[in-house]
Design a protein around this ligand. Structure first.
Ligand code: DGJ
Length: 736
């Protein structure tokens, strides 16, 4: 089923029914109010919606039907405040007399083939999208609100965004505009969130919902290391493979908030969108405000299925880069190899060794510009430092190209060092924390991306480098939060959002002018790992923690919503620079294979044995990366002492299993890992020459090797074969 058929409107009952392959999202118009009636397993029959019990919804004894009590219990599809609904609002508006409140009533709807663009923001895209727009009008004639829903039928994802248009004759202020509100029954409901810190991003946390609110938020001007803008609401018993999970991921990279509220009547209201902390957006008559988009998914088959739905959606409908399904070059980045202490001689030495080992690209990280010898100067002076690189970027790039290596480069376009020519010329281009002062972070300040002349300058610097050289990759970094909100041009209440609009504008221009450029977004590691950034770049540096053992947790947390092919993951040197741990080179490779794969070490200091391991790892990457880029991920084991995961090709004829023994123990038996996602009827040949049935592998399990030691790992490749061990393809069942 495609196109319009997945959205229907029953004119008599006034019910909207959005269907995806396995889910239903139902909205009803009741007395002019829009109710969120249901979001869950797909319903096929004719709908009664008797469960809404509208007649006793206003529960205050003796006052059934009274407006105030009705407003505080009705499951609004898009709730507003100031009218008696005391739960967290979707929208909050002040009129010109500073009086808060609007009352939204159903006005109209449209079903579209395709979808409306979201001005200035990243949004889901692709073929075969159907969308529904429901128009609500405020009875006080302040605003018209359009709720927009786009349907991604195959991946069981619906995206939502909101357009608020002023219909007032006077200026009004928006204080809250959430991208979505949902209302689900409380059923021992829990929240899975992804909090963290620098080098400890996206640690999975599961919290019970008591009465009141759980708030997940960032007010740092970036989606942040501390809380990711993606989360799930699940039942107490939901597991990786069973139970309900409602997943949500904002397509946004700035300050955000999600509130999960268990109400007095044991419902759970979930709102999420742009942070409304000090948010004040002024709308003049006729002006519109576009909220960021949010992607939502319901899975009745646990968290693993929810993740796979998100992975398909993100790969097919968020990431636009031509690299999305392509093999990415194996790169080596000089950051952990040299930090700021390098010159072109050193880079060429690294390059030569890297090329000999089979590496395909050298990325020159921080320190190539201005007078940058440490992190306290030159951001903004994007001219090559010819003391370090006398031949210039173009010359260095040519030399690397002649060696057979591509070249990539690091930029931090949003920043300015107080010790820079740019700052000396334009001190007012930096954002301040109060009228005159600023709070230093990593000895740098943030450029005011809300100003056009600033964006024009930054763009000219970027475009100059990519127009004049053959550089094929950009690492776009961002290393500090926005603290204050003092701009010379933009009011504080609009600053964070306008800042993001500025950053998005730059990345959009860049992807248009240099479509071949492989962009990796980065934010002090993974401080801006979100769907907004993935719209512009197929990959994001996952974390500055490159330790293989810690990376297992970071990558697992990230994989709840984001596809492994989007995770920048490198093999780095030991003892690891973030944690001091020593792990096996093989294990480092196996863990980095979970993501984009590359190196972050001084290859000139490695032994020949270690270089041989690199050659083997690159071979593995070439053999298996299609499974990681295009296959389905199954998280199999996630324990303190061991972890296992696998990738299965869409046609189920190939799979790659990774097993890591984190801590060894004496006299330990082999571990039986029960695989998932295979075809039970297929025979699978492993790399040790044995044949198993898919059925056995999934129900009995696959016995790992006798792994000895801490931090050891192994990978196993499975290929569907017929009885003569000849490869079989998509029609595996028939040929057996
Ligand atoms: C933070 C990034 O995450 C690192 O990989 C590196 O690029 C540094 N910034 C450079 O300053």
């Amino acid at each position: 089923m495609k196109d319009r058929a997945c959205i229907s409107f029953d004119n008599e009952k006034m019910i909207f029914h959005i269907k995806t392959r396995k889910t239903s999202y139902i909205i009803a118009v009741i007395d002019g109010f829009l109710a969120h009636a249901y979001y869950g397993t797909r319903l096929e029959g004719s709908l009664t919606l008797n469960h809404l019990m509208v007649e006793d919804i206003a529960f205050l004894q003796g006052n059934i039907g009274e407006e105030g009590t009705f407003m505080d219990s009705f499951p609004f599809e898009y709730p507003s405040d100031g009218q008696g609904d005391f739960r967290c609002p979707g929208i909050s508006i002040k009129n010109d007399k500073h009086i808060t409140g609007c009352n939204l009533k159903y006005e109209d709807y449209r079903i579209l083939q395709g979808r409306r663009a979201i001005k200035g923001l990243p949004y889901s895209n692709g073929k075969d999208i159907s969308s529904l727009e429901i128009v609500l009008k405020d009875v006080n004639n302040l605003v018209e609100v359009t709720l927009s829903y786009s349907v991604f039928y195959e991946s069981d994802i619906i995206t939502k965004n909101v357009i608020v248009k002023s219909i007032s004759h006077r200026t009004i202020t928006l204080n809250t505009v959430m991208s979505s509100s949902l209302d689900i029954p409380y059923d021992e409901t829990e929240v899975i969130s992804l909090p963290g810190s620098w080098a400890r991003e996206r640690m999975i946390e599961r919290t019970k919902i008591g009465h009141g609110q759980i708030v997940l938020a960032s007010d740092r001007g970036i989606s942040s290391h501390q809380m990711n803008p993606a989360f799930a609401v699940v039942s107490k018993d939901t597991t990786e493979t069973t139970g309900p999970a409602w997943g949500m991921a904002l397509v946004y990279s700035g300050s955000f908030v999600a509130r999960i509220e268990r109400t007095q009547f044991d419902r759970v209201r979930i709102v999420a969108g742009i942070s409304d902390n000090d948010f004040e957006w002024t709308l003049k008559p006729g002006e519109e405000f576009y909220s960021p988009e949010i992607a939502i998914c319901y899975s009745s088959e646990g968290i693993g299925n929810m993740s796979r739905c998100f992975h398909d959606f993100v790969r097919n409908n968020i990431i636009r880069s031509k690299y999305i399904f392509k093999e990415r070059p194996v790169l080596i980045n000089n950051w952990e190899a040299t930090y700021f202490d390098f010159d072109s001689k050193k880079l060429l030495e690294i390059g030569q060794k890297a090329r000999d080992a089979g590496i395909e690209m050298l990325v020159v990280d921080d320190g190539w510009f201005g007078a940058r010898e440490k992190d306290n100067s030159s951001l903004g002076d994007w001219e090559c430092n010819t003391k370090k690189i006398p031949e210039g970027l173009d010359g260095l790039c040519d030399e690397l190209n002649d060696m057979g290596l591509q070249m990539g480069i690091w930029f931090e376009p949003e920043m300015i060092s107080p010790d820079s020519d740019l700052y000396r010329t334009h001190p007012d281009w930096a954002l301040r924390e109060s009228g005159t002062g600023y709070v230093m972070c990593r000895t740098q300040l943030v450029l005011d991306m809300t100003r056009k002349e600033v964006r024009d300058y930054v763009y000219a610097c970027l475009s100059d480098v990519f127009s004049k050289t053959n550089i094929k990759y950009l690492k776009w970094d961002m290393n500090r939060p926005l603290i204050g909100k003092v701009s010379t041009v933009t009011p504080p209440g609009e600053l964070h959002h306008r800042y993001m609009l500025g950053v998005y504008e730059l990345q959009e221009k860049l992807t248009e002018q240099f479509p071949y450029l492989l962009i990796e977004n980065c934010c002090g590691g993974g401080g801006r790992f979100d769907l907004g950034m993935l719209y512009y770049s197929p990959q994001i540096w996952c974390s500055d923690d490159t330790d293989a053992v810690e990376r297992i947790c970071i990558q697992e947390g990230t994989s709840l919503f984001y596809p492994p092919s989007s995770m920048g993951a490198h093999v780095s040197v030991c003892p690891n620079h973030a944690v001091g741990r020593i792990t096996d080179m093989k294990t480092r490779g196996h863990v980095a294979l979970f993501g984009t794969f590359g190196y972050e070490l001084d290859i000139t200091k490695l032994s020949e044995d270690e270089i041989d391991v690199i050659r083997q790892q690159i071979d593995d990457y070439k053999k298996y990366s299609h499974l990681i880029r295009m296959g389905d991920l199954y998280r199999l084991i996630s324990k303190d002492d061991k972890a296992a995961w696998m990738f299965v090709s869409k046609d189920k004829t190939e799979a790659l299993l990774t097993y890591v023994q984190i801590l060894g123990s004496a006299n330990k038996p082999r571990v039986l890992v029960r695989l998932r996602g295979l075809n039970p009827k297929n025979n699978y040949l492993t790399d040790d020459g044995r044949i198993y049935t898919g059925d056995e592998l999934m129900n009995i399990g696959f016995a790992t090797g006798k792994v000895f030691g801490d931090f050891k790992s192994e990978i196993h490749y499975f290929r569907a074969v017929n009885n003569t061990e000849k490869d079989i393809g998509e029609d595996a069942d028939e040929k057996l």
